[in-house]
Design a protein around this ligand. Structure first.
Ligand code: FAD
Length: 351
């Protein structure tokens, strides 16, 4: 088996992401997506433990929950009103008053009103996860090749392999996992193409005392993610203007505004890193997983905001398919499905 990448592998969106494993806090387009995300969260501890044993790289899975912060009473009432929906989706939630929220996270604004705590959400250090996965692949004899000019080759019925600037490699099965670029890989017939689009996200990191914050902290659409190494990630913007992954003044302003509103004491700490990445968006909020109109050509892309969360479930599902397993489980994610952007049907109600 060979992984071809035109750049350093595990350095694109999978490096840029925040690593939150938050199926209840993220808006889900439907029940099938929620179920897949929950399945993936359930296998995460075992996935990370196996990688650690195999490679020595610990991707630092942590289940410290998510705290949705309310800065005023109206927002707290709104959060409390959605507690039942979180529960119905599988979230273990509690509504916290000011004292309880501050007891959990003392760095937060002293005058906040309270919050909604989701105990069964987690995080992983996605940069370490990328390193662990590369080492894991190498330990299993998977070749990782850096290539230019990658194109899929096929006849009228099935895939034949891949052509690169260095020659042709025959392959009975090709899996397109090219992230935000998956829709524009050369050589694929229109009938087998997926509609992936880039959705940029900017982030920054602030150095804080290690363990000063434990949970993922959300303020509306912005969030704080405390890492074990003392970095507090602040994310993320959501921007649709093509393949543009620049860090902008407006993006940083927006993130710092949210971070300082929820934790004013962050003002005195150093900003140590800024970055941006491109999420692979699909047309309806679900990833494209599985077989296409072209025999032997599979896709695993379009994971949008949940690609880190969905990594183990995606890997398992695609591996089963390549080994000849049944495809029905992946029907809701069929690459050729139609439809347009739906109203979320199992949304947690938060905005
Ligand atoms: C700011 C931000 C925050 C996020 N936060 C979270 C989060 O908290 N939790 C979560 O679950 N998800 C999160 N995500 C989403 C998640 O990061 C993505 O869904 C996931 O990483 C997508 O993985 P991928 O492998 O499909 O794409 P990528 O990681 O982008 O990888 C695509 C790879 O394809 C290669 N490639 C592209 N074109 C070609 C070509 N023509 N030839 C050869 N190789 C090619 C690239 O070089 C790259 O290595 C976030 C994303 C961003 C940007």
């Amino acid at each position: 088996m060979t992984v071809y990448d035109r750049a350093e592998p595990a350095r694109a969106a999978s490096w840029a992401g925040a690593g939150m494993l938050a199926p209840f806090s993220e808006q889900m387009p439907d029940a099938a997506m929620l179920a897949l995300c929950r399945e993936s969260l359930a296998i995460y501890p075992e996935f990370v433990a196996e990688l650690r044993e195999r490679t020595g790289v610990d991707a630092r899975f942590r289940r410290d929950g998510t705290l949705h912060v309310a800065l005023d009473g109206a927002r707290l009432a709104e959060l409390a009103a959605h507690a039942e929906t979180f529960r119905a989706n599988g979230g273990e939630v509690a509504v916290l008053d000011r004292g309880e929220a501050l007891a959990r996270e003392p760095m937060l604004a002293k005058d906040l009103a309270g919050g909604l705590f989701v105990a069964n959400e987690a995080q992983v250090d996605n940069r370490r996860l990328g390193r662990a996965l590369l080492a894991g692949c190498e330990s299993l004899g998977v070749r990782i090749e850096r290539v230019d000019g990658l194109a899929v080759e096929c006849d009228s019925r099935r895939v034949r392999g891949l052509r690169t600037a260095y020659g042709f490699a025959s392959a009975p099965v090709v899996v397109n996992a090219a992230g935000a670029w998956a829709g524009s890989l050369p050589g694929i017939p229109d009938a087998a193409r997926v509609r992936v689009r880039p959705v940029a996200g900017q982030m920054l990191a602030i150095a804080i005392p290690r363990t000063a914050m434990r949970a993922l902290v959300w303020l509306g659409h912005r969030y704080l993610v405390p890492r074990d190494d003392g970095r507090l990630l602040v994310g993320a913007t959501v921007e649709e203007h093509g393949f543009d992954a620049r860090v902008t003044a407006a993006g940083m302003h927006d993130l710092l505004d949210a971070a300082l509103a929820v934790a004013p004491s962050l003002a005195t700490f150093a900003v140590v890193e800024t970055w941006a990445g491109l999420r692979p968006g699909s047309h309806d909020g679900r990833p494209y997983l599985g077989a296409t109109a072209l025999d032997g050509y599979l896709v695993a892309c379009g994971h949008y905001r949940n690609g880190i969360l969905l990594a183990p479930a995606t890997a398992r599902a695609i591996a089963e398919l390549v080994a000849g397993g049944p495809a029905d489980r992946l029907a809701p994610f069929a690459p050729a499905r139609g439809g347009t952007e739906p109203e979320p049907t199992v949304a947690n109600g938060l905005s």
